[in-house]
Design a protein around this ligand. Structure first.
Ligand code: URA
Length: 287
């Protein structure tokens, strides 16, 4: 289409007024129709679940690399069993962390530089549990010391708490290679240790950070968008179901770094946590 000369075609004149200077084809083409159908991978559901009609579904960021294939069932079960034995035998945090450092049943430890076990005081006001260490944490051998950790510290400061007053850990203590999603067997093996850590820390409030930690620890199927902000009772011991602590999941700081508009919801969650600590656990109000 030439610029600047009126034509006798009103459509052409209209397109020109809109700034369209080149028309490639007379008739519109449906380019998607030319693509071959996308194969549905064996592990994907044939139908996608419907989104709730009234609630916007904000997908939480997940590392883009695929999960490793699950280990053979017998080997996986043996690893979980060994983890259970080692974790249950540990009656102090130091003993648990020593058991974790020498545990060889999870392949993730072979590619990680360090074991990032949890840190903080026993009886902490809050215990945060993320998914797995990233590169900064693997380098430092400590949980949440990178960008997510710095944001977590700012979130804490906003409700009058310092990092040293809370316990910070991860479901997985070893950085998965290329930050890939841990396999179900890897998660099930490491979960045993973090559950024992929670038992030994016995925080006043447990806060899983992000969808993966919430699903693992709270054993819920729904995503973090629906789960966050909901108070539940977390049973510290499967054999003593009445021995519970308060738990509430919220968004992962890494997600907030990518989606700052969601900080508002996390702020509500933090205020609710602060309020519960004051009203039920005698934490003095922030001055
Ligand atoms: N993300 C996590 O889930 N844990 C960390 O320790 C750091 C980033």
């Amino acid at each position: 289409m030439e610029e600047g000369h009126p034509t006798r075609d009103p459509l052409e004149d209209f397109l020109k007024a809109c700034g369209v200077t080149v028309r490639l084809e007379e008739a519109p083409q449906d380019r998607f129709a030319e693509l071959p159908p996308i194969p549905i991978a064996a592990h994907q559901p044939a139908k996608l679940p419907k989104a709730h009609p009234r609630q916007p579904v904000v997908p939480e960021w997940e590392p883009p690399v695929e999960a490793a294939p699950p280990a053979a069932t017998a080997a996986g079960q043996a690893a979980i069993h060994a983890a259970r034995e080692a974790a249950r035998a540990a009656t102090t945090l130091d003993a648990l962390h020593a058991a974790l450092a020498s545990f060889e049943g999870c392949p993730l430890r072979e590619t990680a530089r360090s074991t990032c076990h949890g840190e903080g005081p026993v009886g902490a006001a809050i215990m945060f549990v993320g998914e797995a260490p990233g590169r900064d944490e693997d380098d430092a051998g400590r949980p949440f010391v990178g960008r997510s950790g710095r944001l977590l510290e700012k979130m804490l400061a906003a409700i009058g708490l310092g990092r040293d007053e809370v316990f910070i850990s991860n479901v997985i203590p070893w950085r998965p290679p290329l930050n890939r999603t841990p396999s179900p067997i890897e998660t099930a093996t490491c979960e045993v240790f973090v559950r024992q850590e929670i038992r030994l820390v016995r925080p006043k409030v447990l806060v899983p950070l992000g969808g993966a930690a919430a699903k693992t620890l709270l054993q819920v199927d729904q995503g973090i968008v629906r789960q966050r902000g909901r108070w539940v009772s977390y049973a510290l011991d499967e054999h003593a179901p009445d021995d519970t602590i308060d738990a509430v999941a919220t968004f992962h700081p890494a997600y907030l770094l990518r989606t700052p508009a969601e900080k508002r919801r996390v702020w509500w969650d933090l205020l609710a946590i602060r309020e519960r600590l004051e009203s039920r656990h005698g934490l003095p109000p922030v001055r």
